[in-house]
Design a protein around this ligand. Structure first.
Ligand code: TEU
Length: 575
């Protein structure tokens, strides 16, 4: 019996699992209905029992909360609603004491319009910080405020134009997101140096890395050309002029030199809407000294039509083809992040699974399929409980700026209220932002006050207390998946081979490292289905590493029950 193939790889995060916390909705310690840092510290044992290695903390900095913290007015302090720097240090110490690392959210494509940098920049055209942001006069031949006078026709990610007129100076400033999130001008070296100094400040405080918000948008096409007209919207598509711009690699390599050089055991992940496999290779190729991994969006846009609100049923072959392309594309160089959920995506068990009768089986199967891919898995708070989308009714139930702005714009464009609400119920980011469900008590044990957004009424049976007490829960299934990544080198380092690419119900693939091979099977349907993989009979007799159903009869043909997921392991002739 040959020992497990030894793998020496400095990239510790290849065997790590990251847990994302959305502080507003995790745990409230002072009864104001909003989660906070002491609330997180009080629940670190939940994360330790789950076995995660890293926590990614969504923004906790002072912010007017126009975009729920992604609009920062002070990068080197803590939002008072969330706590203090002392509370932060206590949280960091609590994590390090439990062997967990802490990754902060770095939001430097834009600041809040209440950040002193922007306040000064806006103060006058002659301000020394004017060039810290993107200020432009009205379009040639037009007057400020005239319809269409914006310097470009680009559409904001949060509806409406990307340019806001500053009446005082008669100039416009750029904001790819909300008007309270002006974009920083990374062409200006003083801006870059100020950001690097801030990052070094957090790393010196003991932080273990950064999740970088829309970091592939910091280099823009400085000619600021108009975009192609967007169907049904009075704006153009600016994304070709702001995604992965001409100096993006120069900026990330400079950031590496100025911030990360000589510091080890960090994790850096770049959120990159629209990034391709080829671009991701350039960003994550270690020799290029940029970042460790990216968040790509292909697999979370497969059920969307012209817009994210135009929801279509997922075709499993599309999902398999997309993830396979990233697995194969980053097989030898570069590295993938793996996620179904985050604070911007609806809950996966409701989206790609079954959040009714088969909720638990579907949640476990989705976790199994994701965690057995090659890459670093991210677990979003509540995913380990199988939390579902929330029962939103009217627009008054929604809090998210993206959702509310879309509602206003879509109704103004003549869309029917019910049609728009249907899109929101399915895709709104608020589905991810309802409070963490700790127990069956009032407000799910999230707060002793009134939550900023209602708790999902299914917390009576979907909650951490019940899950941790039930060895057969989604929680303990995720604990097992995380354990496998820590104990089975093939899970972290094995190569990936997709099987049954055209099967619309079974997601099947193999991983191989030396003489160890695993087969991963996931049934994305409520039917009982065959799993006609090569060598099926032999696999049926192999060691079952994890499953979400009673162990099958090894003599029976390989098949899966509703939403069943399994991982088999066997030894094969090396080479
Ligand atoms: O998200 C960027 C982003 O791509 C999302 O806004 C996306 O467009 C949308 O949510 C998908 O529907 C990052 C943060 O994750 C998000 O929370 C912020 O709102 C945004 O940047 C601006 O900082």
């Amino acid at each position: 019996m040959s020992a497990e193939p030894a793998v020496r790889d400095a990239a510790w995060w290849k065997t790590a699992v990251v847990y994302q916390i959305y502080p507003r909705s995790f745990a409230d310690s002072d009864g104001d209905g909003i989660g906070d840092l002491p609330g997180i510290t009080a629940h670190l044992d939940h994360l330790a029992e789950l076995g995660v290695d890293v926590v990614w903390l969504s923004p906790v900095y002072p912010s007017p909360q126009d975009d729920a913290g992604y609009d920062i007015s002070d990068y080197q302090d803590i939002e008072p609603t969330f706590g203090t720097l002392d509370d932060f240090d206590a949280l960091l110490a609590g994590m390090h004491d439990r062997g967990m690392k802490l990754v902060m959210d770095l939001v430097v494509n834009h600041t809040s319009d209440e950040h002193p940098w922007f306040v000064e920049s806006r103060s006058s055209p002659g301000s020394p910080k004017r060039d810290w942001y993107w200020w432009r006069p009205p379009r040639a031949g037009m007057s400020a405020g005239d319809p269409g006078a914006e310097p470009t026709n680009w559409r904001s990610f949060f509806s409406g134009p990307v340019w806001e007129l500053d009446e005082a100076s008669g100039e416009y400033y750029l904001h790819l997101f909300s008007r309270k999130q002006p974009d920083l001008n990374w062409e200006n070296p003083a801006v870059r140096e100020a950001v690097y100094a801030m990052m070094r400040w957090w790393l010196d405080r003991g932080v273990d890395g950064f999740r970088m918000d829309v970091i592939n948008m910091i280099s823009k096409d400085t000619a600021l050309p108009d975009g192609h007209e967007l169907a049904g919207a009075p704006y153009g598509d600016g994304t070709p002029h702001v995604l992965c711009g001409p100096r993006i690699h120069e900026f990330l390599q400079e950031m590496y030199r100025e911030v990360f050089e000589g510091r080890d055991a960090l994790l850096t992940v770049g959120e990159m809407p629209g990034v391709t496999v080829e671009e991701a290779l350039l960003f994550t190729e270690p020799a290029r000294r940029e970042i460790d991994m990216v968040f790509q969006f292909e697999h979370v846009q497969l059920d969307q039509g012209a817009t994210k609100w135009d929801v279509h049923p997922l075709r499993l072959r599309d999902l398999k083809a997309s993830l396979n392309r990233w697995q194969v594309g980053l097989a030898d160089r570069g590295w993938n992040s793996l996620y179904w959920n985050n604070h911007d995506q609806p809950r996966v068990v409701s989206r790609f699974g079954d959040d009714g009768e088969h909720r638990i089986a579907a949640a476990k199967m989705l976790g199994t399929v994701l965690h057995m891919h090659r890459g670093t898995p991210y677990v979003y708070q509540g995913e380990e409980l199988g939390m579902t989308n929330a029962p939103f009714h009217g627009i008054e139930d929604f809090r998210d700026i993206e959702s509310r702005n879309h509602y206003t714009e879509a109704l103004a464009a003549g869309h029917a209220r019910e049609e728009v609400l249907a899109g929101l119920r399915a895709m709104s980011r608020d589905n991810a932002r309802t409070p963490m469900q700790w127990d069956a008590g009032p407000h799910a044990g999230f707060t002793a006050g009134t939550p900023w957004i209602p708790v999902n009424p299914n917390h009576h049976h979907v909650n951490a207390e019940a899950a941790r007490a039930d060895p057969d829960s989604v929680f303990h299934h995720y604990r097992r998946l995380i354990e496998l990544r820590h104990t089975e080198p093939v899970v972290a380092h094995g190569d990936f081979t997709l099987l049954l690419p055209d099967d619309e119900r079974v997601y099947a693939f193999a991983r191989r490292l030396g003489d160890v091979e695993v087969l991963v099977l996931g049934n994305f349907s409520g039917d009982t289905v065959p799993a006609d993989v090569p060598d099926a009979a032999a696999w049926a007799r192999a060691e079952l590493l994890v499953s979400n159903a009673p162990a099958p009869d090894p003599g029976a043909p390989l098949g899966l029950g509703p939403w069943e997921g399994r991982v088999y392991k066997r030894r094969v002739e090396a080479g």
